[in-house]
Design a protein around this ligand. Structure first.
Ligand SMILES: [Zn+2]
Length: 629
């Protein structure tokens, strides 16, 4: 029989049973409320307002009628700290008296000892306080105030703090704030506090700079038309709730193409056992000078975006904002060593996905050729060598080899654990697969660090960031020179010379001449690409025998503004002198104050305020410059 309390009865009166199924034993707190509100939002958005409002009222009423405070008793340590400290001190003595250790090893051993305590303490204190019925523990459990770390600082012990450079301070803090700290402990914890403050400042700065770079790279991606009428789309499946608001690009589960996916449609698709589907996406939109409203999908305002809306800017802030929030939350842990500093590493992961560094932290090894894994051997410097055919690939230390002898791999397939560098994927698999890879990798990095994300915002970003090719043979592509880096979206329409239409199965090792599904022009048809095309009923495709006049090449986010066609839009980037000189040399410097970038308009004071999407203005109809009013 389940235990009922007056509080739970009041709660259940507000939340209908279908939204709290299976939660009878869960304590009512911020976690559960969040979960329930999320399922209301997904299953019955029309009830969300009513339910959330009534829960808010209930909380407000309870806070007056059931005042929660704490007593002196709650400030006493809930565990036997004397014997814990005695136990740790015995181990300390053992380490100090161990003559075989160097001073360095001794400090390391002590730090390890304190770090273990530091890591275990918050949970231990929280459990013991809860068992005693402490009101402080209840506050933490409900999610109302404080966290387990803060509870521990107050009534447990922090043990180990980090200094501003994230180095552990070898002075253990054995007392809590309630016990009172000794002067040495006070100074050690002051260092930790200082670290908390400093890392907040620095990480906000880093996240802010990244947001700025993302905005400069994607600010000119706007909604440029109503409907591009493409049947291309992003490959996905109905289990992904980020599909809500997108539009089916092809029929699926009894729904025709161009059905708007609502939570009901998504549920129906799941019920109809649909395993794979494809949705219209910013990544595959074929509109000119931007993306179309339908491929952008229904956005947070519950409508399709209007022409002129700067979807690129909102996408860049949707990544930048939560990152600075995520790094900010480190402040609350105040530099206690057990805090894993996860937000910082989330930042590093995401930063390296867009900076395309030469050395990718913990990067996966990627096969450079098609073939069969012929040999795996230990490398003298640590790690492994994996041979695909005769080609040697190095898999670093701390990374596991994920293939075995005899496996067939394609160029661009991963050979080990770790995150592959987007640069390698784009180089071997083309823009199309590079973009879907970028979106997946960003999502994984954000999700694993509990940072809110929306797949379609990342798709918008993916279109701006993974969008560059190096010209190898300029013939047919306009006035480019070999080695120019240009935007893929500007040449996607151009069908390379010598394109023929052949059955998909006969196209292995040829190059795609027209984009199809999420694959881009120039994608080499490998067996896996051909298989996927056939599974999607693409029995015939347009191909060329040799690669088209360009090679896909991922660009660092800070270099992207420099590759824009509008020379004034390049001013948002870096290396300005070099950019402007090269534009002058090539004689290609054009700038359109009414174009998708707002920078030329701002610089020339033209059409200021006129392009507002709120007025539904089509920036491409209004080509005559207007004087400032
Ligand atoms: Zn479109």
């Amino acid at each position: 029989m389940r235990t009922l309390t007056p509080g739970r009865l009041l709660f259940e009166e507000i939340v209908p049973p279908e939204f709290r199924a299976g939660t009878d034993d869960e304590p009512i707190g911020a976690e559960l409320v969040k979960k329930i509100l999320q399922s209301v939002a997904e299953q019955a958005p029309d009830q969300y307002k009513n339910i959330s409002h009534r829960l808010l009222k209930l909380g407000a009423k309870a806070s007056i009628e059931v005042p929660a405070s704490f007593t002196l008793e709650d400030l006493k340590s809930p565990i036997d700290k004397k014997s814990l400290i005695a136990e740790v001190e015995a181990k300390e003595d053992e380490i100090r008296n161990n003559k075989s250790l160097t001073p360095q090893q001794r400090t390391e051993a002590l730090i390890k000892l304190y770090a273990e305590q530091s890591a275990a303490m918050p949970e231990k204190i929280f459990q013991a306080s809860s068992a005693r019925g402490s009101n402080l523990a209840k506050m933490v459990a409900s999610g109302a105030r404080g966290n387990k770390g803060q509870l521990n600082s107050n009534i447990g012990a922090d043990w180990l703090m980090l200094d501003a450079d994230s180095r552990p301070i070898p002075v253990p803090i054995k007392n809590s704030y309630s016990d009172g700290l000794s002067p040495a402990e006070y100074y050690a914890s002051a260092y930790g506090t200082r670290r908390g403050l400093l890392s907040t400042k620095f990480s906000v700065q880093e996240a802010g700079y990244l947001s700025k770079q993302l905005a400069a790279a994607s600010h000119d991606l706007i909604v440029s038309s109503k409907d591009c009428e493409t049947d291309r789309g992003y490959p996905t499946d109905p289990s992904d709730t980020d599909n809500i608001g997108a539009v089916l690009s092809r029929p699926a589960g009894g729904f025709p193409a161009n059905t708007i996916i609502t939570s009901r449609v998504l549920k129906q698709l799941r019920d109809n056992n649909v395993k794979k589907m494809s949705v219209r996406s910013p990544l595959t939109c074929t509109a000119k000078n931007g993306i179309c409203s339908i491929c952008a999908g229904i956005k947070e305002k519950n409508r399709f975006p209007e022409i002129g809306e700067r979807v690129g800017l909102s996408a860049s802030s949707s990544v930048g904002e939560p990152l600075s929030q995520g790094t900010l939350s480190e402040k609350h842990s105040g530099g206690v060593a057990s805090s894993s500093g996860k937000a910082v590493s989330a930042f590093k992961q995401i930063d390296s996905l867009v900076q395309v560094p030469e050395v990718f932290p913990n990067g996966a090894a990627v096969s450079e050729v098609d073939g069969v894994v012929s040999r795996i051997e230990e490398a003298p410097q640590g790690g492994h060598f994996v041979y695909v055919g005769d080609k040697q690939h190095y898999v670093g230390r701390n990374i596991d080899v994920s293939v075995k002898r005899g496996d067939t791999v394609e160029a661009g397939d991963v050979l080990s654990s770790g995150v592959p560098n987007p640069y390698d994927i784009v180089k071997h698999k083309g823009i199309g697969q590079g973009r879907t890879y970028f979106v997946d990798a960003m999502r994984r990095a954000m999700k694993s660090n509990n940072i809110a994300n929306d797949r379609r915002q990342l798709e918008v970003l993916g279109r701006s960031l993974v969008n560059h090719v190096r010209v190898t043979n300029p013939e047919g592509y306009g006035s480019y020179l070999p080695d120019d880096i240009i935007e893929y979206s500007s040449i996607e329409d151009h069908t390379p010379d010598g394109a023929t239409r052949v059955p998909t199965s006969k196209a292995i090792n040829k190059y795609l001449a027209k984009p199809i599904l999420h694959y881009s022009v120039g994608t080499r048809i490998t067996p896996s690409v051909a298989r996927n095309l056939e599974e999607n009923d693409e029995k015939e495709i347009d191909i060329t025998d040799s690669s088209p006049g360009f090679e896909p090449e991922a660009q660092r986010v800070m270099d992207i503004p420099g590759h824009k066609t509008d020379w004034m839009a390049q001013l948002a980037g870096s290396n300005l002198k070099k950019r402007i000189l090269s534009d002058v040399h090539s004689g290609t410097a054009i700038s359109d104050p009414q174009g998708p970038s707002f920078i030329p308009g701002l610089a020339k004071g033209v059409g200021f305020g006129d392009l507002s999407h709120t007025q539904g203005v089509d920036p491409f109809k209004n080509t005559s410059p207007k004087p400032i009013k």
